[in-house]
Design a protein around this ligand. Structure first.
Ligand code: ATP
Length: 706
């Protein structure tokens, strides 16, 4: 029997008895079939009932996928199939067989059932492989006919036998008669399945939306997504990428790093790669309304690098969908699966988009709240100092020069380096510059570089992301960001560790920063004022301070003279402090006795204006109302001053060194805290520490006997 002459039944004129039996059979079968609700029962019933009258081995129903131009197994008569142990069986029952082959076209064109001897057709070009596989298992003949939905073929019923000649005219006639019922039953099952599937998807989406409604953070979302994907058998989240604030780049928001097991390093590399919205795959996905499906095998053939990674999962398709809120693209999601329902995918993506938008809004709110709290804390802290420093006293020539420089530079955005010994008023001058600048409406932000532990400096200056290091439980906005559009005052810049100097230099040069542990680049517009009591050039020479940073900072130096070099300012300053502290303490002290002024003038003021201020504050508290007569100038220091052992031609540094050693000896080597040298010298502990370091004072110096 040749394939070009298929055995189309020439339905014979049947005897009355045969017709009667056939009618009964059709009726029985029809009744059984219409009762079938479960797809698995249909073929079982059909074949059991038919086998009462006819011989055949097994049967199968395949369905046509018109779009794909294929047909694929739908219902299997597993139990009786002789090929179920064939190694190709698992592959065959999932295979898609091409419709445009002569073998299947012959069946499509035939009016009724067609039978072939397998050996006649199985080796013909284009014949489906299942023919050969059946033959290998002893099957000899096949009968096929199309099943219809309306007037369109929707699939085929295949029947097989190991005994050639089993498919008699009666057999074919019965099959021909049963096809309408069978078609009806199959299309009912398909519709039922669709309804069930839609219902399942709806309830699934409902579950997911309940889950998503509780999501507040990225971690919650990740858990919800993984949970939902677990239920959609075999779907894996490859990646969610979100569009950055610059609307150009995309950063990885979420991914499953375990997905590409062996190739994790490459995956990390790819997921860390910043891409733009112009990247070909991303731009295609973002432009699509319904998302795109990339067939992994085809993508590999077309040279898509990512697809080699996708293939390691064994899944066939990459489903990519734009994440949108309203009409605004917020990112892309990439899911790997063999098959995914569009409805489900659309629903899941819509929910994820909303959840991400909520998380982002929530994060922005939290960051804003945190920033406000930081600003508020900072404001409170600064109010105490800031308003006290609203006046600068001193009209001597040296200070006049300082005022001239301040007024020259204030309104520009130029970086200023304020130099001078401790307590000379460097911070006061920095505030004066800020207050006279166009940035005065925002708060000047201060960082004391000497007061920060080395490991926190970076985070304090540039901020950190949550989880950037152990203990970083929240995002922290750094002082640079806090000072955006304002002034950042870097006090004691000479104490900044070299590593932090390098980072600072980069920010100054590029005017942008990245938070510790962050990937996003943040542009900042900050005016810098740095101050130090260290000899920076010398620090550069000794390799303690970066030369390039020094030049970046030393754009406009303003040097404050020590108080001993401007004795003309001592009395006005002392009077200013008397009034300030008398007012604060509710005392009636209006002036200082001339004798006391003389005493003040004869002192060397190693702690400069700060020392004078503290001295006056203490004296005001200790003095009765009226005129301030007694000022408790440190005796030891006066003695030091008058001691001929300190020749006048010694350098200031030497004097300072000896004086500090002297005080340290008196304090038993205690540097800070109550009764420590810093208290006696009236300088902050940190300042004294750095001074001690700078002057090379060691324990041997102050514990040595003299
Ligand atoms: N010209 C001035 N008029 C009024 N007060 C002043 C003046 N100079 C300094 N002071 C006061 O002296 C104290 C020390 O000043 P400031 O903190 O600005 O010094 P500094 O040089 O920054 O010190 P350090 O190097 O130790 O940080 C402050 O209380 C400040 O108000």
């Amino acid at each position: 029997m040749k394939r070009d002459k298929p055995q189309v039944p020439q339905l014979p004129v049947l005897s009355q008895a045969v017709l009667e039996q056939e009618r009964k059979m059709l009726l029985d079968l029809g009744n059984d079939i219409t009762r079938v609700r479960d797809k698995n029962d249909l073929l079982f019933l059909f074949s059991r009932r038919l086998k009462r009258y006819f011989y055949f081995t097994h049967t199968i129903i395949t369905l046509i996928d018109e779009k794909a131009g294929t047909y694929t197994p739908f219902l299997l008569d597993n139990e009786s199939s002789p090929i179920r142990k064939h190694p190709m069986y698992p592959e065959l029952i999932q295979a898609h067989f091409r419709l445009n082959e002569p073998f299947i076209q012959a069946i499509l064109q035939a009016e009724g059932p067609v039978s072939f001897l397998l050996e006649d057709i199985m080796d013909q070009p284009g014949s489906p492989v299942f023919l050969k596989v059946n033959y290998e298992k002893g099957v000899r003949e096949i009968l096929m006919t199309k099943i219809m939905m309306g007037d369109k073929p929707m699939g085929f019923i295949h029947m097989y036998t190991d005994k050639p000649g089993s498919f008699t005219h009666e057999f074919k006639s019965v099959i021909n008669g049963i096809v309408p019922q069978l078609s009806g039953a199959v299309s009912n099952i398909i519709k039922n399945e669709e309804i069930h599937k839609t219902e399942r998807e709806k309830s699934f989406l409902l579950d997911f939306s309940n889950e998503i409604a509780l999501v507040r953070s990225q971690t919650d979302l990740q858990a919800a997504i993984f949970k939902v994907l677990d239920k959609t058998m075999g779907t894996k989240l490859a990646m969610i990428r979100l569009i950055d604030d610059d609307n150009i780049h995309l950063s990885t928001f979420m991914c499953d790093p375990t997905l590409f097991g062996g190739t994790k390093a490459t995956f990390d590399q790819m997921s860390n790669r910043k891409i733009t919205i112009e990247e070909p795959y991303t731009s295609k996905v973002l432009a699509s309304r319904e998302g795109l499906i990339f067939n992994v095998a085809e993508e590999i053939n077309s040279g898509n690098d990512y697809a080699k990674l996708w293939a390691t999962t064994g899944l066939k398709n990459m489903y990519s969908f734009p994440l949108r809120v309203g009409d605004r693209n917020i990112g892309t999601i990439w899911l790997l699966a063999n098959k995914l329902s569009k409805l489900l995918l659309k629903g899941i993506c819509a929910q994820i988009s909303i959840a991400i938008a909520n998380i982002q809004a929530n994060e922005k709110l939290l960051a804003y709240k945190k920033q406000l709290e930081d600003e508020n804390d900072y404001l409170k802290e600064q109010i105490r100092t800031f308003y006290n420093f609203s006046e600068i006293v001193g009209n001597g020539a040296a200070m006049q020069e300082v005022y001239r420089l301040v007024s020259l530079v204030a309104t520009s955005g130029t970086t200023v380096l304020v130099l001078g010994e401790t307590g000379t008023g460097k911070e006061l001058i920095a505030r004066a510059i800020h207050n006279a600048s166009t940035r005065r409406d925002k708060l000047m932000v201060k960082v004391n570089c000497a007061a920060l532990p080395a490991n926190l400096i970076e985070s304090e200056l540039f901020g950190h992301e949550r989880g950037a290091f152990t203990g970083a439980t929240d995002r922290h906005i750094g002082k640079f960001e806090l000072a955006n559009h304002s002034t950042l005052f870097l006090d004691e810049i000479g104490e900044l560790p070299l590593e932090a100097q390098a980072k600072l230099l980069r920010v100054i040069q590029e005017r942008e920063l990245e938070r510790v542990g962050g990937k996003q680049t943040i542009k900042v517009d900050v005016r810098l004022i740095a101050a130090t009591n260290r000899h920076l050039e010398e620090a550069v020479r000794k390799g303690q301070f970066r030369e390039d940073l020094y030049y970046r900072l030393n754009v406009f130096p303003v040097t404050l003279p020590p108080l001993r070099d401007r004795p003309e300012d001592i009395a006005p300053l002392a009077n200013f402090f008397v009034q300030k502290y008398a007012r604060n303490a509710g005392r009636k002290i209006s002036q200082i006795a001339p004798g006391a002024i003389q005493q003040l003038n004869s002192y060397s003021w190693p702690g400069n204006v700060r020392e004078l201020e503290h001295l006056i504050e203490r004296s005001v508290l200790l003095s009765p109302d009226g005129i301030l007569k007694d000022i408790d100038i440190p005796r030891k220091s006066m003695a030091v001053q008058q001691n001929p052992a300190y020749p006048t031609n010694r350098s200031l540094e030497e004097m300072e060194r000896s004086y500090i050693i002297e005080v340290l000896k008196r304090c038993g080597g205690k540097i800070s805290g109550v009764g420590g040298a810093a208290e006696v010298l009236q300088v902050p502990g940190n300042t004294l520490h750095s001074k001690i370091k700078k002057l090379g004072i060691t324990k041997a110096d102050y514990f040595a006997r003299n």
